[in-house]
Write a protein that binds this ligand. Sequence first.
Ligand code: ADP
Ligand code: MG
Length: 292
Amino acid sequence: ATPMSIMVGVGRGAAAGILIRNAEALERLEKVDTLVVDKTGTLTLGKPTLTAVDSLGGLPESEILRLAASLERGSEHPIAAAILAGAEARGIASAGVEDFASPAGKGVSGRLGGRRLLLGNAALLREAGIDVAEADARADAMRQEGATVVLLAVDGIVEGLLAVSDPVKDTTPEALRRLREAGIHIVMLTGDNRRSAAAVAARLGIEAVEAEVLPEDKARIVQRLKAGGRVVAMAGDGINDAPALAAADVGIAMGTGTDVAMESAGVTLVKGDLLGIARARHLSRATMANIR
Ligand code: ADP
Ligand code: MG
C-alpha cells in the first residue's frame, strides 16, 4: 500500500471518530471475516442498574444490599457501580470491609463486623465450598430476562441475590445487521453467566456465544478462531479484553472503555459505537481499492 493513500484513509477515519493506529490495521480490516465481540460495554451500554435484591434467608433486603455495597466499594467493575448506585438511591450507607479481595472475572470478598462475605458468580462461591444449587436455580429465572445475577454469601451460606441489568446500545442491532450483510460471522464473548448471555444473544440474533469465559481465556478463543483459518477482529472495552484485542488480527477498542483496551487495539471507536466497525471496514475497502 502506498503511504499516501493510507494516510488519507487514516485521516478520513479520524474525522469519523475511527482512530486507526497503523497501516496494518487499516489493511487487515477488509479481510476480516469474523468479529468476536465482548458483551458488556461493547454490545451493551456497560452501565448496568440494580433491578432486584432478593433475600433467601432471614436478612432484610436492605441488609443484603448494605453488605453487597460495602464489598463493592473496592471494585471498579460495572456491577460494583450498579450496586453502589442502587444502595445510594435507597439511602443505604455502605461500610468499609477488611481483607478485601477481587478475583478477576468472579467477584469480590471481604470481612465486615466479623462476618465473612463473598459476592459474585456461582463459581466463586462454589470454590469456597458453598452450596449454591438452590440459589443458582432461583437466579436462573432472573437470567432468562438477560439480567446478570450475583450471589451474596455470609459466613458460608447464600443469603441473597442481586440482579443488575445492562441495556443494549441503541446502535447495536443496526451495526450487527450491517456486519452480517457484509458476510461477517459474529461471536459473542462474555464472562457473564451462560443463561444471561444466551438471553442477550437471542435478542440480538447472535448464534455463536462463548459465556463464563475467564479473562485469561478470552485471548485463547481469539487464537483458536485464527488457527481455524479465520481473520478475526475482536471488539472490547475492558482491561480484561486487552490480551484478546492484542491477539486478534484487528483489535477494536471502544473509546468509552479503559485506556488499557485502547493501548492494545489497532482501532479505537471514539464514540464506542459498533456502527463504527462497519464504517471502518468500508473505509479499509475503499482505501485498499484505491491502492490497487
Ligand atoms: P464481562 O465479560 O461481563 O466483562 P467479567 O469477567 O468482568 O465479565 O465478570 C464475570 C462475572 O464475574 C460477572 O458476570 C459477575 O458474575 C462476576 N463478577 C466480576 N466482578 C464482580 C464484582 N465486582 N462484583 C460481583 N460480581 C462480579
Ligand atoms: Mg467487559
